[in-house]
Design a protein around this ligand. Sequence first.
Ligand code: ZN
Ligand code: ZN
Length: 343
Amino acid sequence: MRVGMYYNNNRIEVEEIPVPKINKRDILVKVMASGICGSDILEWYRIKRAPLVLGHELAGEIVEIGEEVTKFKKGDRVFTTHHVPCDECHSCLRGHHTACNIFQTKNNFDPGGFSEYLRVSGKSVDTGTFLLPDEMSYEEGSFIEPLGTVVRGLRAIDLKPGDTLLILGCGIAGLLMIKVARALGAGRIVATDIEDYRLATAKKFGAERAIHADENILDTIREINNSRLADKVIVCAGVLSAAQKALEAVERGGTILFFAVPNPGELLTIDLNPFWRNDVSFKTCYGAAPIDNLQAMELIRSHNIDVKDMITHRFSLKDIAKGFKTASEGKNCLKVIIKPHNE
Ligand SMILES: [Zn+2]
Ligand SMILES: [Zn+2]
């Protein structure tokens, strides 16, 4: 079978490897749609394990099934995920499922989503694979995981109807934040980015103001929000300047969510005094647990969230390098989907 082997952002080769053999408790999935994630093009994060086959936002059809798997059958259309919590450790038992060491370190995919076929093993079969509703396409299914991370983030900050939001960074995560926040009844939303195309999209998806990150963000929020700052600030850009801006833009009693963080070693200097007095909370959020993915799936199925309008590019496996180039340049581009069985 063919795979897209990742060496670095500018070198992804189509290579031939054997179809993985499944064991008694595995399933083999024919990958039908596989999204390129922002983290896939985060070179420092990926390159240390290269060469490897990336791809963790996907949906497909089960074509082979281990004899001990009873939950699924051949021909089932599924969403599946490479990381699942162990449900047994201290973190899991206390509800912090994505802080689970197993979640963060054990990859149940072989080789990865940018491949014609994918073996899913272990607990990912039991708690990380869901039947796709009949009315949901494979492409929509590939959004379940990224949407799940956003659902988790908004739950972490206890988004309330009427909250004023500042979203720093309008890549897929920031744009999904806008859509879900709207669906959950958020009040005014101000969004920032450095790309005009993304800003226009943020506006289309429901941001009241979408402005360049260099503009006066604080004045813009105050202008539309009775001179107040943002109740919830969500950092969706992994740059120090965005984290810094979040500290300045949060209203008294508000919460900052670090959904994306600066590179390792880049330090944020904070005088904690104003936050201490003003009852400001800092939250972080990483990944999506099964509950988040289930909720995301239902948001898509029920049409509370449309994801189809975020797909700007589709490539077959042979053009995966073009897909990565398009995604990492980010020009006029939102979601890039690889379709391994298209020519
Ligand atoms: Zn992802
Ligand atoms: Zn655990």
